[in-house]
Design a protein around this ligand. Structure first.
Ligand code: ATP
Length: 366
């Protein structure tokens, strides 16, 4: 389906300084997000980081301790959930088991007293959108998990909500079906043009579906950016290690004779880094490098170690290397046809694949 701009752009959604306290504990700490009309944004973070709390604040199930929710330029804080024009799809779909697919999709329209003729036309339009027109008379239990998920989506979209909220919508699906559904639902969202917020703790889901990802940690917003930027230029040590994999080293910053920033690892190796320009010249730093940005090399400078284990994972070769100071480092390289892993115990040398793949952060690793 199309990845282009939505056919009709939905309303914008602004979370303005949302804070939620439960007694003494701070579940959400001054989160501000400016979401464009028609955009699909993922709230990504580990369990307990505040994703569901934010979703509930948008839907109106929770009145946050501080902050405002603004939909299409208008504050909705005083409105109950059924007056906010927000549709929700839950993890368990929450379809009505005694109603047919068509009746489920018509539910919100019937509740709003829309004329029967309009309900019929809209249900047909929605089932067409999710490609389930031929199953209109089935009951939920006669359908697969993926099909039920599409019915739940059609039901949420039938009332033309300004904002669509998806709460861990693929958690109940098996891994293969999940990717198909992610692609499909993103396509449907594009066609409908509805501004959408999806809550997930699955980084692949967030990266594959969202126009922008909001990474949350312990109630705080760590970074809000497009998926490639989150992955390529993580804004914090947390983002670098939570999204994708990272090898983490302690070291200090140094400046090369040409003025370029370098990081001197505590093990003595010196690597170029494209980040850290805002830090003091000799700051203590934590350096991160992703497994796919390291290479096993035969000669020249590098970090020495021995192969602990090698895994041929189809298109990639993954090695776990043990360095002389006992640290485990993961390396992932493209696998040439016929190439296998190096045997355990093989001495190897490791080097970054390019100068700008090492990120440094002022924080120490937690
Ligand atoms: P998960 O992925 O596990 O659903 P989450 O990121 O959605 O987690 P929230 O459910 O928003 O996290 O919870 C954020 C924090 O607020 C957690 O520490 C949680 O224990 C706490 N919390 C949530 N609801 C309440 C409540 N009603 N009373 C007290 N504390 C709560």
């Amino acid at each position: 389906m199309s990845n282009g701009p939505p056919v009709t752009a939905g309303k914008s959604l602004i979370l303005d300084g949302i804070t939620q306290r439960y007694g003494a504990s701070l579940a959400v700490d001054t989160v501000t997000l400016d979401i464009r009309g028609g955009e699909l944004v993922a709230l990504l973070g580990p369990s307990g980081c505040g994703k569901t709390t934010l979703l509930r604040a948008i839907a109106g199930f929770l009145k946050p301790t501080e902050g405002r929710v603004i939909i299409g330029g208008e504050a909705v804080d005083h409105l109950p959930p059924n007056k906010r024009s927000v549709g929700i799809v839950f993890q368990n779909y929450a379809l009505f088991p005694h109603m047919t697919v068509a009746e489920n999709v018509a539910y919100g329209l019937a509740a709003r007293g829309r004329p029967k003729q309009e309900q019929k036309a809209r249900v047909a339009e929605m089932l067409d959108l999710v490609r389930l027109g031929h199953l209109a008379d089935r009951f939920p239990k006669q359908m697969s998990g993926g099909q039920q998920q599409r019915v739940a989506l059609a039901r949420a979209l039938a009332v033309r909500p300004s904002i669509l909220l998806l709460d861990e919508p693929f958690a109940a699906l098996d891994k293969n079906l999940r990717l198909d559904m992610q692609i499909e639902i993103k396509g449907i969202q594009r066609l409908a043009g509805t501004t959408t917020v999806i809550v997930t703790h699955d980084q692949e889901e967030a990266l594959s579906m969202a126009d922008r990802v909001a990474v949350l940690n312990a109630g705080r917003l760590e970074q809000f950016a497009p998926p490639t930027e989150i992955y390529d230029r993580p804004g914090s040590l947390f983002v670098n290690t939570f999204v994708g994999a990272a090898n983490v080293f302690a070291g200090r910053l140094a400046t090369a004779p040409d003025g370029a920033r370098r990081v001197v690892l505590d093990t003595g190796e010196e690597w170029a880094t494209g980040t850290g320009s805002s830090l003091p010249a000799d700051a203590r730093v934590t350096a991160c490098i992703r497994p796919e940005h390291l290479r096993l090399v035969e000669d020249g400078l590098g970090l020495d170690g021995t192969v602990e284990i090698g895994l041929p994972l189809g298109s990639t070769l993954v090695h776990e290397i043990r360095t002389r100071d006992g640290r485990g480092i993961k390396i992932s390289e493209p696998r040439a046809p016929g190439a296998g892993p190096r045997p355990p115990g093989t001495p190897v040398r490791i080097r970054p694949v390019a100068p700008d793949v090492v990120s440094v952060f002022s924080e120490a690793r937690a």
